[in-house]
Design a protein around this ligand. Structure first.
Ligand SMILES: NC(=O)c1ccc[n+]([C@@H]2O[C@H](COP(=O)([O-])OP(=O)(O)OC[C@H]3O[C@@H](n4cnc5c(N)ncnc54)[C@H](OP(=O)(O)O)[C@@H]3O)[C@@H](O)[C@H]2O)c1
Length: 265
């Protein structure tokens, strides 16, 4: 049964494709699309508006939620839970948490939103929490950094990594992934709370998308050049021969939505 889907980072590279796929393929769902800025001067939010306008029959709305601002997250969560409680919104079907996790603070925001909304997930038909991770959390060097992530003894290092700013991204992804599995274990084992056992928490690696705007904005010039002139052109070949997870944001967006709402997947 179609319910409500919350998609954070809906104006991001894969977020825009996820939103388009959701509205096109699952028009009966109510889509709450959150962005950091809903201002009319935000080019990416305007692209999201243009995407929604292609689907005039869709039940989509844009909500401004800065995930680095816990009170904004709580205000949005209160709006969603009271709307569901009053029958103004259908129960949550899924909640893909897919924006870039910049640091533990954002992870806290996602976790706070999720935990407060658990009681509003669709108890009858099942529902999913989707957490987006990356290769960054694996315990081995990756193309971004040679340092491996871990939960440091001194928790201050989560916010102020001693070695490399990119490690903060890895910390955040590691924390989010560990949290996702811990949450799922508790949901599945919740025989004392059967109303939660229909919810599954799933983590997905969307793959490496060189066409993401993360490589074009607020990024060093040499990274922009390498990505635009080398990685994007060779991606199809590299994907074929070396790493099948090198794929465009469009495929990532589609898979995130399919995992969220298509329970046959
Ligand atoms: N691209 C890749 O190669 C790759 C690889 C592995 C995993 N991933 C993961 O896939 C997900 C999506 O990646 P992407 O490439 O689509 O990223 P993206 O294009 O950079 O989009 C990031 C989104 O996060 C939003 N955002 C950033 N800070 C925010 C805040 N404080 N509050 C609310 N929203 C905020 C951005 O909104 P603004 O417009 O306001 O900045 C944007 O919508 C991320 O979780 C990423 O870590 C990506």
């Amino acid at each position: 049964m179609p319910g409500t889907v919350i998609l954070t980072g809906a104006n991001g590279s894969s977020g825009l494709h996820a939103a388009a796929h959701l509205l096109h393929t699952y028009p009966d769902f109510t889509a709450l699309l959150t962005v950091r800025s809903a201002a009319s001067t935000d080019a990416n939010t305007n692209t999201l508006r243009a995407t929604i306008s292609r689907f005039p029959a869709s039940k989509a709305s844009i909500h401004e939620v800065d995930l680095a601002d816990l009170s904004a997250v709580h205000n949005f969560t209160t709006f969603v839970s009271s709307s569901i409680a009053q029958g103004e919104l259908p129960p949550l079907q899924s909640n893909p948490l897919q924006r870039v996790l910049l640091g533990p603070l954002t992870f806290v925001a996602h976790a706070a939103m999720m935990l407060r909304l658990l009681e509003h997930f669709d108890a009858k038909h099942g529902a999913r929490v989707i957490v987006v991770f990356s290769v960054g959390h694996f315990c081995k060097p990756n193309p971004m950094t040679v340092y491996v992530p871990g939960i440091p003894g001194d928790l201050d290092e989560l916010v102020h990594p001693w070695v490399d700013e990119k490690v903060r991204y890895q910390y955040a992804k590691l924390a989010a992934t560990v949290w996702c599995y811990a949450l799922n274990a508790r949901l599945q084992a919740a025989s004392a709370f059967p109303r939660f056992s229909h919810i599954t928490a799933v983590a997905i690696n969307p793959g490496d998308s060189a066409d993401s705007r993360v490589f074009q904005t607020n990024t060093l010039a040499w990274i922009r050049i390498v990505v635009a002139y080398i990685l994007v052109p060779i991606r199809p070949l590299y994907r074929l021969l070396v790493d099948p997870t090198w794929r465009p944001s469009s495929e990532a967006g589609v898979d995130i939505v399919e995992l969220a709402v298509n329970h046959d997947k």
